[in-house]
Ligand binder design. Structure first.
Ligand SMILES: [Zn+2]
Length: 63
């Protein structure tokens, strides 16, 4: 857990964590992600996606 506050660059509003389903490269994810209460923009941490992609690629290579 971190106390880092994420601010929506468009609205200058603080983003709040919310359970979010999203698709990335045809993979479905379900995480609590910071979302802007005003415009609904979701912030996806790069390390989350990169880590997930790395493990997926690893699994594919092992088969
Ligand atoms: Zn916004």
């Amino acid at each position: 857990m971190s106390d880092e506050k994420l601010i929506c660059m468009r609205c200058d509003k603080e983003m709040v964590p919310e359970k979010t389903n999203f698709l990335y490269m045809k993979f479905a994810f379900n995480y609590d992600l910071p979302r802007c209460p005003q415009c609904g923009q979701v912030y996806i941490p790069e390390e989350l996606v990169a880590g997930k992609m790395a493990s997926v690629e690893l699994e594919l290579e092992e088969k």
